[in-house]
Design a protein around this ligand. Sequence first.
Ligand SMILES: C[S@@+](CC[C@H](N)C(=O)[O-])C[C@H]1O[C@@H](n2cnc3c(N)ncnc32)[C@H](O)[C@@H]1O
Length: 322
Amino acid sequence: MSKLTLFKEYCEAIIRDGDFHEGLAPAITGLADMLYKLAEVNGNTELERKHISTESGSAIGTFWAAQCIKEIFRTQRFARGLFKAIQHVRQKHTGRPAHVLYAGTGPFATLALPAMALLTPKDVQFTMLEINPKSYKMLQYILNTLGLNSFVRHFTITDAATYKLRNDDVDIVLSETMNRALIKEPQVSIMLNLASQLSQKTIFIPEEIKVSLYQHDTNDKMGHKLDDLMVFDKKFMFELIEKCKNSEWLFEEKKLTVDLLPSTVLHYETEIKVYQSDFLKSSDCSLNFPEKLKTKDLIGRKVLKIHYTSIDIPGFRCQFLD
Ligand SMILES: C[S@@+](CC[C@H](N)C(=O)[O-])C[C@H]1O[C@@H](n2cnc3c(N)ncnc32)[C@H](O)[C@@H]1O
């Protein structure tokens, strides 16, 4: 079977309906294997492993960005969500291809590959942004080798958190530049920067990222939700853009009362609505892993003041008061 036929077969299996099916893991493994071999990614060099620090978070190195493909449900839900969103834009019969702005492609543009494999350049065009020159170079090679260049309207090495759009005919913004609890990586700044240059008609993928605070006891792993800390969706973004001028994003502080025992653990949970019926929850992938708060030696009733920051090292900052 030719490489291109195999590529299409993998991509078709990745976006097939259903949560888990027998073709899913082999398709992801097969596609990853094909891309790793083509790009010769091995993580042996410092250049491939090094992260890039920006004012709005860390852009993970080429080797780590490549690894993301192996997170089966992450790749499935994002790639399928994007594919469906493109179909929905196409149904509006605009007479032009759907235009996707893909911020943070990594070396494989993994999330866009099924759309490229199964649609035509008349259906969809991509503007691609990537900050890491090594990933950018690898992706150029991959796109050339797989004959996918006709899908690319524009591809730049740039910081997507400050990038100025060339035009506003973007139908879909796609970015997976995040970590659990929206820590460390620049998802929030990237989405806000792009949203601030686009209309509310644009589809943003993921559609919603919800970070909530949970309390549990070491004997009761399930715990209970104390509150939602941030529901990062289109409504949230456009309200913040309206409030904050000059892209200085200021996030509201929340105050919560917590009762801490020596055995109490507080943690953040992250749920992602990728697009419509595609979600990432619970232990679907590393983006959903719980993130613990530091509460060592704190006992009794406390007032917790908590707010998000998108600068330097993004994440929630908290303070416990008596
Ligand atoms: C988590 S990886 C995901 C890669 C790929 N999109 C995927 O889903 O498999 C995030 C990618 O976004 C890039 N990135 C992070 N911050 C960026 C920024 N501010 N501007 C452009 N690219 C960025 C990183 O270099 C990395 O390649």
